[in-house]
Write a protein that binds this ligand. Structure first.
Ligand SMILES: [Ca+2]
Ligand SMILES: [Ca+2]
Length: 469
């Protein structure tokens, strides 16, 4: 009897301790405000979330209107977005909008009106069971938001990597969409998708073509392709993650992940800003691929990625200067410029790259395999191919004291907006300034965000190779 009482008390103490720990954790993990104006209809007060404040503001506005109180109306009009106050986007602000805002806020809405990654007005049924995810970025985002059981289709690149991303049970429901650059629409239609998340809008027609040809499915570009991480308020990437939180019913997770990204971004950017511009190493972000100089001595052009690209964002966060900024042709968009090699390798004393980071794509978004690109990423532990490729790139005639690093395509095409690559890059180009940053630890945290528990980057994977020490 006494023993039982003791056990009960012990359990009660443990429960109390657990509860206390939970409260502390809850406080610790409280979402920090995110500097975006969330583009979901219902976000009347122009902040980063849909909550009771929006509902109250719209109620106040409706009341002021019906009372004919023009003073109060003008007062509210200073802080309200009349466009987004119309939560069901039907052109009228009324009680139905207040109801929709509360439903979105408490997770019971069955429909959502929002802007997609190219600012188009969309409305979506939130009854989503079958998700198609294009490329690493959308696949990884779905994992981060806890949707892996619902992902039933991916294109060839993540499909090759399915042992890493999905459990055996999940794999039994997973199909290969193969080529999403030129899709086989009959194949995609046979998959009966509710939503297809597309990698890049490419051209508006391509996005529209997919929407038109894939039947009974919301084809959606969320904006992750252009991270704009150094400018949160304009970041399509941040908007995209937050919108996905509402669409897939895991707002808390989306907000927490966004915080993780921006916290790390802030830390990296703070370190970058501590280096005077003139002392920042100059970095060229290029490719290791067929038809380009670093792979093939006989070619005289290569790609240099712009500052707006995830690869260019990494240069900024790692405390480097993009060589494209020095030679001209830089920009805020994603992607790169094709330049003649002598635009960088020349006699001009003002033009010299200290480092080249070579992006690699083994499995393309078009379903093909670049055989000449070394094996890399989560699925291999073997450095022999990447070592041989590095030796090839480093042996280019024009390469003198420039340091070469090969980097996994996962960095650009995953869902970290460039922070993970920035951490690895910083350790190579500014090791002293970034001594407090541990890229492998950050990478393991990211894998944890994806819900993958049995993978340690200390022991597995091939992501960066910068030659032997
Ligand atoms: Ca709001
Ligand atoms: Ca309305």
């Amino acid at each position: 009897m006494n023993a039982k009482v003791v056990v009960i008390i012990a359990v009660a103490v443990l429960v109390a301790a657990g509860a206390a720990a939970f409260v502390i954790m809850k406080n610790d993990k409280e979402v920090r405000p995110i500097d975006v104006n969330l583009e979901i209809f219902g976000n009347a007060d122009k902040d980063w979330k849909i909550d009771e404040n929006d509902a109250k503001l719209v109620e106040e506005y409706i009341k002021a209107q019906s009372d004919g109180d023009s003073e109060k109306t003008s007062e509210i009009e200073v802080k309200i977005s009349l466009r987004f106050a119309d939560a069901d986007n039907n052109g009228v602000i009324d009680d139905r909008d207040v109801k929709q805002i509360r439903a979105v806020a408490d997770g019971t809405a069955d429909h959502l009106w929002f802007l997609d990654g190219v600012q188009r007005e969309r409305d979506m049924d939130l009854d989503v069971d079958r998700i198609g995810a294009e490329y690493f970025t959308n696949t990884e985002m779905m994992l981060i938001l806890g949707q892996s059981d619902k992902v039933v289709a991916v294109d060839n690149a993540p499909y090759v990597c399915r042992d890493f991303y999905f459990s055996e049970k999940q794999q039994s429901n997973l199909r290969n969409m193969v080529n999403m650059s030129v899709p086989d629409y009959d194949l995609i239609n046979s998959m009966n998708l509710d939503v297809l998340l597309i990698f890049a809008p490419s051209t508006a027609a391509k996005y529209e073509e997919k929407q038109e040809k894939i039947v009974g499915c919301d084809v959606l570009y969320l904006g992750l392709y252009i991270p704009d991480l150094t400018n949160t308020s304009k970041s399509n990437f941040i908007q995209g993650i937050l919108k996905a939180g509402y669409i897939f019913g895991n707002v808390e997770r989306a907000e927490a992940y966004t915080n993780w990204v921006t916290d790390n971004r802030d830390k990296l950017l703070g370190l970058a800003e501590s280096i005077p511009d003139g002392e920042k190493p100059v970095v060229g972000m290029s490719n290791y691929m067929a038809g380009q100089y670093f792979l093939d001595e006989t070619k005289n052009t290569f790609t240099l990625y712009k500052s707006g690209d995830p690869l260019g964002q990494a240069v900024i966060l790692a405390g480097g200067r993009n060589v494209l900024k020095i030679i001209g042709g830089d920009g805020d968009s994603s992607g790169g410029a094709t330049v003649q090699v002598d635009a960088v390798f020349n006699d001009d004393p003002n033009v010299h790259a200290d480092f080249f980071f070579l992006h690699m794509v083994k499995y393309t978004y078009g379903g093909s395999v670049n055989q000449e690109v070394p094996d890399h990423g989560y699925d291999t532990d073997d450095y022999s191919e990447i070592t041989a490729a590095w030796e090839n790139a480093d042996s280019r005639t024009l390469v003198m004291d420039e340091k070469i690093a090969l980097i996994a395509g996962d960095f650009r095409n995953g869902c970290t907006g460039g922070i993970l690559l920035a951490a690895y890059m910083a350790k190579i180009i500014n090791p002293e300034v970034y001594s407090s940053v541990d890229p492998v630890e950050l990478h393991n945290e990211y894998i944890g965000w994806m819900g993958i528990g049995d993978y340690d980057v200390n022991k597995k994977g091939v992501f960066v190779y910068a030659g032997s020490a």
